[in-house]
Design a binder for this molecule. Structure first.
Ligand SMILES: NC(=O)c1ccc[n+]([C@@H]2O[C@H](COP(=O)([O-])OP(=O)(O)OC[C@H]3O[C@@H](n4cnc5c(N)ncnc54)[C@H](OP(=O)(O)O)[C@@H]3O)[C@@H](O)[C@H]2O)c1
Length: 286
């Protein structure tokens, strides 16, 4: 095994690359970005193309994907796919492997957030099912389709766009955060099994980003990072391949949940009382 290909050496190699101003390791590589039709995924697609990668754009809306593909030009290919449709994901994997060979980098970004209290969810079990379908089952199926070729070529990196909620465990997000936590955990374990084939995973535990997804929640208006700022962090995770990327607040929440779990429940229950369900979650548009 090439010692430079060991995941343990990723951090020192990243620092060396920056000091010597070496080109991005994404140049000439194939990067698949799911959810590339809007928000963080769209901004990530532009950012990785700027670094010389060929970007495979995946989402459901073909017209929006075509808009992104046209803006990037020759260094992008668009594939319309509903990631909750298992057969469609299998067909997508087959087509991409045939057309591009192994995918070098995969960004599991497509997803859907649901912010709705338990009290409003008793007759909405489908919220749990659709969260798991798009945030867990779809990305895992796609990853399982692509990882064998990554292992074969002894290189691959998967970035999962999850949420700081996996650390904080915020009220009103039970279905959403549970599905993202499943992906976070699945990937951590998969990464241990692929460690010696130089196939690695990063879980990006983002806090708030201003995108179409967060727009329906009045409490988020005017807060959070831009999609471009989020994309810059995704690119850095692709280049440096850390295990996790997160926020200080997320790390604080994780520690409090371990060392003082009941106090943490009391704190979050109190905060929860100040933030009502949005009009969208209550089933009203205004
Ligand atoms: N915004 C935040 O504050 C925040 C914070 C933490 C984590 N995240 C995560 O960041 C990721 C990107 O979200 P965003 O904020 O950029 O929201 P967004 O603008 O709504 O983007 C969501 C993307 O996912 C795609 N998508 C949704 N369902 C899909 C499906 N069944 N099959 C294929 N593609 C699907 C959408 O494309 P189509 O509709 O064309 O399919 C769209 O491109 C999500 O995983 C989200 O959970 C967001």
């Amino acid at each position: 095994m090439n010692p430079l290909a060991t995941p343990l050496l990723q951090a020192p190699l990243a620092v060396t690359r920056r000091v010597l101003r070496r080109p991005s390791p994404l140049a000439g590589r194939t990067v698949l970005v799911t959810g590339a039709s809007s928000g963080i995924g769209e901004a990530t697609a532009y950012a990785v193309a700027e670094r010389g990668a060929h970007v495979l754009l995946v989402a459901r809306r073909a017209d929006e994907l075509e808009r992104v593909r046209t803006r990037i030009g020759d260094r992008a290919t668009a594939y319309s796919c509903d990631l909750t449709d298992g057969d469609a994901v299998d067909a997508l994997v087959e087509q991409m492997l045939a057309e591009h060979g192994a995918v070098d980098y995969l960004v599991n970004n497509a997803g859907r957030s649901i912010r709705r209290s338990l009290a409003l969810s008793y007759d909405r079990f489908h919220d749990v099912e659709r969260s798991m379908a798009v945030n867990f089952l779809g990305p895992v199926r796609l990853t399982m389709g692509l990882v064998p070729a990554m292992r074969e070529q002894r290189f691959g990196h998967v970035v999962n766009v999850v949420t700081w909620g996996v650390q904080v465990k915020a009220p009103k997000f039970s279905a959403y955060i549970a599905s993202k936590t499943a992906l976070d955990t699945w990937s951590r374990i998969a990464g241990r099994e692929t460690f010696f084939e130089n196939v690695t995973f990063t879980n990006m535990r983002f806090s708030l980003v201003q995108t179409p997804m967060t727009a329906p929640t009045e409490a988020y208006a005017g807060r959070g990072a831009t999609p471009q700022q989020a994309a810059a962090r995704v690119v850095r995770a692709l280049e440096d391949r850390p295990l996790t990327v997160g926020t200080a607040a997320g790390a604080f929440g994780e520690v409090i949940n371990v060392v003082a779990p009941r106090a943490s429940d009391a704190l979050l229950a109190t905060i929860d009382r100040f933030f009502a369900d949005s009009a969208a979650a209550r089933g009203r548009s205004s």
